[in-house]
Design a protein around this ligand. Structure first.
Ligand code: AP5
Length: 194
């Protein structure tokens, strides 16, 4: 799942994973759990997260790849990772080693001005420390600078699925499911209507 802060990666990633019966692996959620538990990773990441800055590529890559790569891995939804071209290249090397392939990159497209209200509302409800006006603006700038180049990287592999993320949560889910069903049939025509 690729998209700016508040575009719905977590919301839609959880639904997509449930639909396919695979794990939903969110780098942001993993990092927040480390911060809450006071682990070494959490202590290294907490300050940068609260400012809306990215965490070091090698630390995040190791954490996420540990969670998805294993002998029993039979698919997963990645949310928030990779987030830089460097993370994508690291993931590709590991995936190639294990014979794992990314089948689609779902790009949630939404005008940035719609994100602020969504995230401020969540900040009030959940108390997420990075959901303040100043930090949300910084997260969007970081997305434009470091994460948008990934779209071009994955376009070269012809796996970007663009989805209009401006509708309701259910509207966006329907668009994602329909687009990914098309991809699944291209990957394996025997999938039928499942
Ligand atoms: P992360 O947790 O990934 O935050 P983010 O990318 O800023 O994304 P959000 O979780 O804010 O939004 P989302 O797109 O998941 O939307 P959501 O579904 O939650 O990362 C946090 C931090 O961790 C980063 O800033 C960085 O420091 C660090 N980090 C994480 N991964 C990293 C990596 N790979 N490398 C380096 N650092 C990393 O929805 C948002 C709100 O909108 C919710 O309240 C939801 O209910 C609502 N909503 C969703 N869809 C709709 C809709 N269609 N209509 C109305 N409301 C909606």
């Amino acid at each position: 799942m690729l998209g700016p802060p508040g575009s719905g990666k977590g919301t839609q990633g959880a639904r997509l994973a449930a639909r396919h019966g695979v794990p939903h692996v969110s780098s942001g959620e993993l990092l927040r759990a480390h911060v809450q538990d006071g682990t070494e990773i959490g202590r290294a990441a907490g300050d940068a997260m609260s400012r809306g800055e990215l965490i070091a590529d090698d630390l995040v890559s190791a954490m996420v790849l540990d969670a998805v790569i294993g002998p029993e891995a039979r698919g997963f939804v990645l949310d928030g990772f990779p987030r830089t071209v460097s993370q994508a290249m690291a993931a590709y090397e590991v995936a190639r080693h294990y014979g794992v392939t990314l089948h689609a990159v779902v790009l949630l497209e939404i005008p940035y001005e719609l994100l602020l209200d969504r995230l401020l509302a969540r900040g009030e409800a959940s108390g997420r420390v990075d959901d303040t006006v100043e930090v949300i603006r910084r997260r969007i700038d970081v997305y434009v600078e470091h994460t948008l180049p990934l779209v071009e990287y994955y376009r070269g592999r012809d796996i970007v699925v663009r989805v209009d993320a401006t509708g309701t949560i259910d509207d966006v889910t329907a668009l994602i499911n329909s687009a990914l069903d098309d991809v699944a049939h291209q990957v394996d025509p025997r999938l039928g209507d499942c």
